[in-house]
Design a protein around this ligand. Structure first.
Ligand code: ZN
Ligand code: ZN
Length: 409
């Protein structure tokens, strides 16, 4: 592939259309696995381009762009927003609301920037349909719902995405992050952590606060669990390996003179190495059960909230892509970085069919904003407002580079 042969350039008309798509998506975010209007929007955009498109996994969309004999390549964009109140002050800021699974009414914002992912993928799809003479093969666009809850990739795989769509030989994906727009960050090998979240319900026995002998106090018991769990990383994980164990919620009781019957807490585990993951999750189970035993309480209920798989960048495919990025984004625009503790369910699409995948980050802020003194908000901040350019154009160029690295003539 050479840069002259690929349709990377966006005309003024392309840019205007792209910005319109972005503004629309940004002001219409939807919660995870409820992305019905977003899915309709994507279906229409793909169909208007003449691309075969259909729903998969509820609110997921698959777009299959066929252009003769040649390799099959996959490209994934996630589509969900977050339950948070936007405070960017943008004229197209979201005022959307949604309903969580427990019935709570919440504001919704594209606070993780998934609107930039959809916009870049749809624009890449347009460029590919307009430049069919420059490439041959099939591109499978995966518009995945529910990334924030780790439900979406699983739902699409379980709904048989790879029974219906052509199986790609490689799958690419990208995420916006609060770095310099125009640049990409990419890791070779492990790119992001696995993440496991559990809810633990500690069962005690309720009694009057003056009669502790009649109770099994789930607060005291739960507190011992919380403290003992801190020793997993400190005393059970190999010193040269890394893991994070965070207990992010703990709820129990309603009144100071009632010993409650239950306590509930949730734990979030981040690991890079599957063996370390097994050690940490095994220790968690053991400690939770043994502490309950120590108090004479029944074994607590452990419920999985979510489980994010490994996000692993195949080293050879990554090396090849970095070379292409140097050509299309410029030598100084590609940073090889160590893995991050964040998580993604992107990897599931590739592991489901045993093919390699590569995932990278593209910057959100123009140099002028990075030069300013104030720290810039990142993903999940109510102030997260990527500069439209060169962020979106870079997202498109990076997507096109990856896709065309496999299918360019
Ligand atoms: Zn996010
Ligand atoms: Zn995200």
């Amino acid at each position: 592939m050479t840069t002259e042969t690929i349709p990377l350039e966006l005309s003024a008309d392309h840019r205007t259309a792209m910005h319109e798509i972005y503004r629309h998506l940004h002001s219409h975010p939807e919660l995870s696995m409820q992305e019905t209007e977003t899915a309709d929007f994507i279906l229409k955009a793909l169909t208007d381009l003449g691309i075969e498109a259909y729903l998969c996994g509820g609110t997921g969309v698959v777009g299959v762009l066929r252009n003769g004999e040649g390799p099959v390549v996959g490209f994934r964009a996630d589509t969900d927003g977050l339950p948070m109140l936007e405070d960017t002050g943008l004229d197209f800021a979201s005022r959307a609301r949604g309903t969580l699974a427990d019935g709570t009414d919440v504001p919704v914002m594209h606070g993780c920037g998934h609107d930039t992912h959809i916009t870049a993928a749809l624009t890449a799809a347009r460029l590919l349909t307009e430049g069919t003479e420059t490439w041959a093969g099939t591109v499978v666009f995966i518009f995945q719902p529910g990334e924030e809850t780790a439900a979406g990739a699983k739902a699409m795989v379980e709904d048989g995405i790879w029974d219906k769509a052509p199986k790609p030989e490689v799958i690419y994906g990208q995420h916006v992050w609060p770095g310099l727009a125009g640049t990409v960050n990419i890791s070779r090998g492990t790119a992001m952590a696995m993440a496991d979240s559990w809810k633990i319900t500690v069962q005690g026995r309720q009694a009057h606060g003056s009669q502790p002998d009649q109770s099994i106090d789930p607060i005291v018991l739960g507190a011992h669990m919380v403290v003992r769990i801190q020793t997993i990383v400190a005393r059970e994980v190999h010193p040269m390996k890394s893991a994070v164990v965070t207990i992010g919620t703990f709820h129990a009781g309603l009144k100071e003179n009632i010993i409650p019957d239950t306590a509930e807490f949730s734990v979030n585990v981040r690991t890079f190495d599957p063996e370390v993951r097994e050690v940490v999750l095994g220790s968690l189970r053991r400690i939770i059960k043994a502490e309950a035993d120590a108090s004479g309480a029944p074994a607590p209920a452990i419920e999985e909230i979510s489980s994010f798989p490994q996000c692993y960048n195949d080293p050879d495919t990554t090396d090849a892509l970095i070379k292409e990025f140097h050509l299309t984004l410029g030598e100084g625009s590609v940073n090889e970085v160590p893995p991050v503790m964040g998580s993604e369910d992107f990897g599931l699409f590739a592991t489901a069919i045993g093919v390699p995948s590569v995932y990278w980050m593209f910057g959100a802020y123009a140099q002028e904003r990075l030069d300013a003194d104030t720290p810039l908000p990142g993903n999940h901040s109510p102030y997260f407002a990527p500069d439209l350019e060169p962020t979106l154009t870079t997202g498109v160029r990076a997507a096109m580079t990856a896709i065309l690295s496999k299918v360019a003539r």
